[in-house]
Design a protein around this ligand. Structure first.
Ligand code: AP5
Length: 210
């Protein structure tokens, strides 16, 4: 099954992708995580992306499309995948179509902007494996240490309040039009994000299976 998780920054795409990929046995592919890894490793794509990511702007389509194309060609993606954070522009969605990728469902996770700001101010991510936590809603077992790999968890540079507002504006301008794009193809399902992560997971799985 090929799925897309769509939603504003902080809506919970990555959190739900982690849960659903385990249940379905398919990889969650996060372009945000791949770009952060490229920045960390100082690759040409990472060097080109860093400044834009820190400001909350989108990375140019050609860079992200190239990274995504290579990733979905890998063996573990042969039986399906969850795309978290891609596509983010109509041009990226058209590129996916041009690659011949059949998308089964697009799950939009909707959360109001006020809740998003609270979620992102408390988010912490693992420097090692990229796992995501929240100081109140999903704390690590040991303070400051990733449950999965034991590396340090830190706040993302782009989770500062002023950058979050800019990311929300970018989402409305560049990414929200994808709702119409996939709705017209009969693929879009909307899940309203709940206060409890497990409640959202239940609704997300129902939307995928329904
Ligand atoms: P990316 O990493 O994709 O960031 P994003 O889309 O802004 O999404 P987030 O990771 O911020 O949020 P999320 O929806 O995954 O929420 P999460 O589950 O972590 O992209 C970063 C940057 O990379 C972009 O700004 C851009 O520059 C670039 N980029 C990436 N892809 C690109 C593309 N395709 N094209 C161009 N540029 C691209 O949850 C947030 C927090 O809330 C967590 O702390 C979590 O624990 C908590 N939480 C989750 N669910 C709940 C709940 N139900 N109740 C309470 N707390 C919850």
């Amino acid at each position: 099954m090929n799925l897309i998780f769509l939603g504003a920054p902080g809506a919970g795409k990555g959190t739900q992708a982690e849960i659903v990929c385990e249940k379905l046995g398919i990889p969650a592919i996060s372009t945000g995580n791949m770009l952060r890894e490229a920045v960390k490793n100082g690759t040409p794509a990472g060097l080109a992306a860093k400044e834009r990511m820190d400001k909350g702007d989108l990375v140019p389509d050609e860079i992200v499309i190239g990274i995504l194309k290579d990733r979905i060609a890998m063996d573990d993606a042969k039986n399906g995948f969850i795309l978290d954070g891609f596509p983010r522009t109509v041009a990226q969605a058209e590129a996916l179509d041009a690659m011949g990728v059949q998308i089964d469902k697009v799950i939009e996770i909707y959360v109001p902007d006020e809740a998003i700001c609270a979620r992102l101010s408390g988010r912490r991510v693992c420097e090692g494996c990229g796992n995501s936590y929240h100081v109140d809603f999903k704390p690590t077992k040991v303070d400051g240490v990733c449950d999965a790999c034991g590396a340090k968890v830190v706040q993302r540079v782009d989770d500062k309040p002023e950058t979050v507002l800019s990311r929300l504006a970018t989402y409305q301008e560049k990414t929200a039009p994808l709702k119409d794009y996939y709705s017209a193809k009969g693929k879009l399902k909307t899940v309203v994000g709940q206060d409890e992560i497990s409640d959202t997971a239940k609704l997300t799985l129902e939307a995928i299976e329904g």
